[in-house]
Design a protein around this ligand. Structure first.
Ligand SMILES: Nc1ncnc2c1ncn2[C@@H]1O[C@H](COP(=O)(O)OP(=O)(O)OP(=O)(O)O)[C@@H](O)[C@H]1O
Ligand SMILES: [Mg+2]
Length: 316
């Protein structure tokens, strides 16, 4: 599949998630891919799951001339639980655990092109074909601080939305580190692009991320970024993953610290071939993406039952 042929079918979907150690270039790569994907002329939602909000900041500054104050007004997916339950027609007694066990033909799908009422409420249009979904800030929320629930739970609506979104393109910036993988945020993506800075340290973290994604069954490809010095660890990584490295980006001093959308002419030639390689991967169907969610839920359930039957002991 090439950039020009993916748009042949208007009702297909593509969900790309970006992961990687902090500062490796996830937001930069997201923006490069988003701009390259725009050539497909399909509806696209950019989901910013990083609480540093860099992606939201760059996009709203470029498309809507927003500053920090306007950024604070964006609807937040971390506050979407009530609407999510309503959209899925779940009663308030029902838990996410039960929801994640719902078969594909019974679960309600979300729509990118011609957004459903849930999606519509949590996106901000940047232009006719591009919208932003923002997860929220790391600013203290009193209700989270004194809640017995893990704050990751507030990401359940986004996780399910990603797995069940149809009819368009979704690009998700997961934020830094492997944590989002641990609670399965990208489980519904067609492919995870792990952005690896070409240093020994970043390579070590990318292995942790790959291991989690592989356990969850998500296809992974790599972008090697900020390639500058030759390290034996980087060379070994390249040799090992040559089939899944979809791009190598040099360190470019002229773009460092800039909004990638303002220097896009400079980076465009890099991202078109990267996108083509990503699209050449075998992409999972919506059923297969949801199947992964069901499998994960089943495993989780088994795990819970095993730990219930084994009383906790300090002495082994
Ligand atoms: N190939 C490159 N050449 C030069 N500078 C780069 C390159 N890629 C990214 N940068 C710069 O590195 C910094 C970090 O990039 P970016 O914000 O995309 O990383 P990130 O992984 O999203 O970080 P975070 O984990 O903080 O969200 C930015 O200042 C960006 O301009
Ligand atoms: Mg970022």
């Amino acid at each position: 599949m090439t950039i020009n042929t993916i748009n042949a079918s208007s009702d297909c979907e593509l969900v790309i998630a970006l992961m990687g150690k902090g500062g490796t270039g996830k937001t930069f790569t997201s923006l490069g891919l988003i701009q390259a994907l725009r050539k497909l002329d399909k509806a696209m939602i950019v989901a910013d799951a990083d609480t540093n909000r860099s992606l939201s900041r760059y996009l709203t500054a470029h498309y809507l001339a927003y500053g920090e104050e306007e950024l604070k007004q964006l609807p937040l997916m971390t506050q979407a639980e009530k609407d999510f339950y309503e959209f899925q027609q779940l009663d308030s007694e029902k838990t996410y655990r039960e929801f994640y066990g719902t078969p594909f033909n019974q679960v309600k799908k979300f729509s990118v092109e011609t957004p459903d009422f849930f999606t519509q409420k949590y996106i901000t249009n940047l232009d006719e074909k591009l919208a932003l979904m923002s997860v929220g800030t790391s600013a203290m929320r009193i209700e989270e601080l004194y809640s017995t629930r893990c704050s990751h739970a507030t990401l359940n609506p986004l996780k399910a939305w990603l797995a069940l979104s149809t009819n368009g393109i979704v690009v998700l910036d997961c934020g830094g580190g492997e944590d989002s993988g641990r609670f399965g945020l990208p489980i519904g993506a067609n492919v995870v692009v792990v952005v690896v800075e070409a240093t020994p340290d970043a390579i070590a973290i990318s292995e942790d991320i790959r291991a989690i994604d592989e356990e969850l069954g998500i296809p992974v490809v790599y972008v090697l970024n900020k390639c500058l010095n030759q390290f034996p660890e980087v060379e070994a990584f390249e040799a090992e993953h040559q089939d899944t490295i979809v791009g190598k980006i040099p360190f470019m001093p002229t773009i460092y610290g800039k909004n990638p959308l303002e220097v896009f002419e400079e980076i465009e030639p890099i991202f078109t071939p990267i996108l083509e390689k990503i699209l050449a991967q075998k992409l999972s169907t919506p059923q297969q993406r949801w199947q992964r969610v069901l499998r994960w839920q089943e495993r989780l359930q088994q795990q819970r039952e095993t730990s219930k039957s084994q009383p906790f002991s300090f002495i082994s």
